[in-house]
Design a protein around this ligand. Structure first.
Ligand SMILES: C[S@@+](CC[C@H](N)C(=O)[O-])C[C@H]1O[C@@H](n2cnc3c(N)ncnc32)[C@H](O)[C@@H]1O
Length: 508
């Protein structure tokens, strides 16, 4: 891994703490670093699951007689097994207190890898900001107390010289380090069917040094062995910070800032957060009630909702009400297409068609249309629904171009969905003779180019993740699309007509 050190250096400032900076110009898609995890473990709030693969557990380890395992796994980490075996913990301890698993793993580093233990101790946990907070009290009850009351760590460090004093602050530090720094691990190689309520996270001390920005220039992927790779999403010049988005790209500024303040303990002041229009995307803007052509955005310096077309200002109460209405609808999540359409129309009128809450409804709608297409043959899906999916994807891609430039998982998915819909709509238009064979060919070629662009981004995803599965499907689609292009090209070339009647097989 040493060779990656020529890619970045670690700097430090009062505001950011430690952060990564490019040591040389990095090209789009270039690998910046690879890191194996210091600790991988379930979120403290997860359901009981296999300690080896995080799938549903149904048995226990034959050696320590405490660790939950699944049918396929015969053991778990050796040091962890020894720890539970030698402890005086009740046989049901982990079933009653599964919340402790990841903290125990952090503490066991003291036995297994002292350097990594001290590295973990050095990581930012925001202990003082968390002390006495709601999360502190919850973790005291569910993690700290079970470990201290049961004397679980009385013997850690025995036989290795120094004895580790495990107290409340140390356990809270382990929890804080995970909350502030850990990356989610989705469907890694050993946990293909990770159960719904087992949220697995990994600690990567080097990658965790990336500072946050709401428009990142780097992205990550995690492979089947839980190794994490950091890539440049766009070209990064020497001396620029390597920036990762800690929160959700399509959240509006209020939600992003709240999420970062609550979970990462800082107020984000990036260019996107400081711009009332969110770089022109208007994700947080509300339609003006005076001129209706204008959009009102929040100017935090003067604490006012001001219109961009007229002198009108909205009251806080009004804005709060329209946001609450839309949030309630987004949370209620009706999956009926007509109801989603109705909610989108209603909230577009008060917020705006690109407001993050409306976009959330649109994403749900696009997902429903996608399910419909998957459940039936494209030929049976009404054209107006395919056309609607196209519009929704195009709108989402427009926003992503600004907020997640370069290589992006969301863009890759959007491009895939857009181009598959384009393919299907084009076929239908040709079937009904609304377009010529030449236009069919042009659109198929356009779809091929979009699909290739999507695959070029999806290829960064590990095969066992949902996006990895999508890559496989997209490659198969590309193959079929190319075959179809070859057939249509031959027909256009030989000038056969009328194509729709003579060659229905091409579009079936
Ligand atoms: C994952 S850690 C990053 C490493 C950390 N800077 C360190 O020294 O260990 C996240 C923490 O870094 C700081 N941080 C990261 N990005 C920031 C930003 N854009 N503005 C302010 N603080 C930031 C915050 O303290 C945040 O809780």
């Amino acid at each position: 891994m040493a060779r990656f050190e020529e890619n970045y250096e670690i700097l430090e400032s009062d505001r950011l703490g430690r952060y990564l900076v490019a040591k040389r110009d990095l090209a789009r898609g270039e690998l910046i670093l690879v890191e194996r995890p210091t600790v991988v473990g379930p979120h403290w709030d997860s359901d009981v699951c296999c300690l080896n693969c995080f799938r549903n557990s149904c048995t226990i380890c034959r050696l320590c007689r405490r660790a939950p395992l699944c049918y396929d796994c015969t053991g778990h980490d050796e040091a962890e097994c020894r720890f539970y075996r030698e402890s005086n913990l009740d046989i049901n301890f982990l079933f009653n207190h599964f919340n402790v698993v990841t903290s125990v793993r952090c503490l066991l580093l003291y036995r297994t890898d002292r350097d990594r233990f001290w590295e973990m101790r050095r990581m930012e946990a925001h202990l003082e900001k968390r002390r006495g907070s709601e999360i502190w009290d919850i973790l005291s009850k569910y993690v700290v107390e079970p470990l201290l009351q049961n004397g679980a760590f009385d013997r850690v460090g025995d036989g290795e010289g120094e004895k580790l004093t495990v107290n409340e602050d140390l356990i809270q530090h382990c929890c804080g380090v995970f909350d502030v720094n850990a990356f989610e691990i989705r469907g890694n190689g050993t946990s293909q069917s990770v159960q719904q309520n087992c949220f697995v996270r990994g600690l990567y001390p080097r990658a965790a040094l990336m500072a946050h920005d709401c428009v990142p220039n780097a992205f990550i992927s995690v492979d089947g062995e839980s190794n994490l790779r950091v890539y440049a999403a766009v070209p990064i010049e020497k001396g620029q910070m390597v920036l990762f988005n800690y929160t959700r790209c399509l959240f509006g500024t209020f939600e992003r800032r709240a999420h970062l303040r609550k979970g990462k303990y800082f107020l984000c002041t990036c260019a996107r957060c400081e711009d009332p229009t969110e770089l022109g995307t208007h994700l947080c803007s509300v339609r003006c009630t005076n001129c209706s052509a204008g959009l009102c955005s929040y100017y935090s310096k003067v604490t006012k909702w001001k219109c961009d077309k007229c002198p009108h200002e909205l009251t806080r109460e009004y804005v709060k009400q329209v946001f609450t209405n839309a949030r309630n609808d987004a949370m209620a999540r009706s999956f009926e297409i007509p109801e989603l359409e109705e909610a989108i129309t209603r909230h577009s009128a008060t917020l705006n068609p690109r407001n993050s809450l409306v976009l959330e409804l649109k994403q749900t709608l696009a997902g429903e249309l996608r399910n419909l297409c998957l459940a039936s043959h494209p030929a049976n899906v009404p054209r107006h629904l395919l056309q609607r999916k196209l519009e929704l994807c195009a709108e989402l891609l427009d926003v992503l171009r600004v907020l997640e430039p370069g290589i992006s998982r969301l863009t890759a998915i959007g491009l895939y969905e857009y181009n598959v819909s384009l393919w299907n709509v084009t076929r239908k238009n040709f079937e009904t003779k609304e377009i010529s064979a030449k236009e069919l060919l042009d659109n198929l070629i356009k779809g091929e180019s979009g699909l290739k662009q999507s695959i070029s981004m999806l290829l960064f995803e590990h095969p066992t993740t949902p996006e990895g599965q999508l890559t496989k499907r997209a490659m198969q689609d590309l193959k079929e699309l190319r075959e179809e292009i070859a057939q249509v090209r031959a027909l256009v070339g030989s000038n056969l007509k009328p194509l729709a009647e003579d060659k229905p097989s091409i579009i079936d």
